[in-house]
Design a protein around this ligand. Structure first.
Ligand code: XUL
Ligand code: MN
Length: 343
């Protein structure tokens, strides 16, 4: 049994397209995914705005709201909640140069429009969180944007969302690179700093993704702890990553079990989830996976998380305290490894 509630996005069951090859599995309908998510053990779905309302660019604001209500029904029918909505600001031709930080003011207006429609969709789905994964907010060519103005524009965009809806909360999902080369908001430290410059810092927090922290050369458990100490860890995307390369979104814990253990332990020790926060899993199946096994990576991630939860509960805190008192960290480290390896 887990003390946590888990969430997942429809993009986590996907067709297998990568940068070098096309889809290898057919699409699965959203309603079928939701049913399967529930059966596997998830209790909430995370959305991009156009996961909920696919043709939203061609629709009026009222039509977008109505379409979102149809999605709410699918969630309700399956006893599932919506955790957040994230504007997808990286696929449209108008977001080639970024969204909120594009050089062209018309493109920035489009990004704000998507941000505000995400709030409308969230309200219809019963979610009070907007997640900003700032995919293209940064530079491919350093000299192509004024970096101070870039950060200022992020603050302004968040202000527009906060002012549009006085209840909505904004979570920034930091990532140092990919698809952008240099991001304006690479880590949770940057997230905190940007949040405090907005018109309502109390409604701005962070989402930590393990792989993104690793890409920044950081330990995700330390990033989790940093945001927790500010009371600002409002969601997580747990997964794993083999070193500094493309964003892999591997099954949680498969690359660095000790690091994954510490992510889980820090969450437990700090009562993460007690204010309704979900444990999100942002994992992707390998391209080699066959259609019938499209959900195995989700099952595996959940199972590994729960096994690590068990390990965290059985952690010998008295022994840890003794090692700390004796400043014998070699023995402490060996204890952790033995604890993880024993049956
Ligand atoms: C991208 C990423 C996204 C966000 C949601 O690296 O993690 O899936 O989590 O937009
Ligand atoms: Mn993510």
């Amino acid at each position: 049994m887990s003390q946590f509630r888990f969430s997942v996005g429809p993009w986590n069951v996907h067709e297998g397209r990568d940068a070098f090859g096309p889809e290898v599995r057919p699409s699965i309908a959203f309603a079928e995914k939701v049913k399967k998510f529930k059966a596997i053990g998830f209790s909430a779905v995370q959305f991009h705005d156009d996961d909920a309302v696919p043709k939203m660019n061609e629709m009026t604001d009222a039509q977008i709201r109505a379409a979102a209500r149809d999605v709410r029904k699918i969630l309700d029918d399956n006893g599932m909640a919506a955790e957040f909505v994230a504007p997808r600001l990286w696929e449209d031709p108008r977001t080639i140069d970024g969204g909120f930080t594009a050089n062209d003011p018309k493109e920035r207006d489009f990004a704000i429009w998507r941000g505000l429609r995400s709030v409308d969709i969230a309200n219809e789905l019963g979610a009070d969180k907007i997640v900003l994964w700032l995919a293209r907010e940064g530079t491919l060519c350093f000299e192509s944007k004024n970096p101070v103005e870039g950060v200022n524009r992020l603050v302004e965009a968040i202000n527009r969302i906060l002012e549009y809806d006085k209840k909505i909360r904004v979570l920034i999902e930091s990532k140092p690179n990919e698809p952008i080369d240099r991001s304006f908001c690479p880590t949770l430290g940057h997230v905190m700093a940007i949040g405090y410059r907005t018109v309502d810092p109390n409604r701005v927090g962070g989402l930590l993704e393990s792989a993104h922290a690793i890409l920044a050369g950081l330990d995700p458990a330390m990033e989790i702890a940093f945001a927790l100490s500010f009371g600002k860890l409002w969601s997580v995307h747990l997964n794993d990553q083999n070193g500094l390369k493309y964003d892999q979104d591997k099954t949680f814990g498969v690359e660095n079990l000790r690091q994954a253990f510490n992510e889980v332990r820090v969450l437990i020790e700090n009562n993460y989830g007690s204010k309704g926060e979900y444990v999100g899993l942002d994992v992707k199946a390998m391209r080699t996976q066959k259609l019938a096994e499209s959900y195995q990576h989700l099952r595996n991630s959940l199972q590994i998380f729960k096994m690590l939860e068990e390990k965290a509960r059985k952690f010998d805190y008295a022994f840890q305290a003794k090692c700390i008192a004796e400043r014998n960290y070699e023995v402490l480290e060996m204890y952790v490894l033995e604890h993880l390896m024993k049956a």
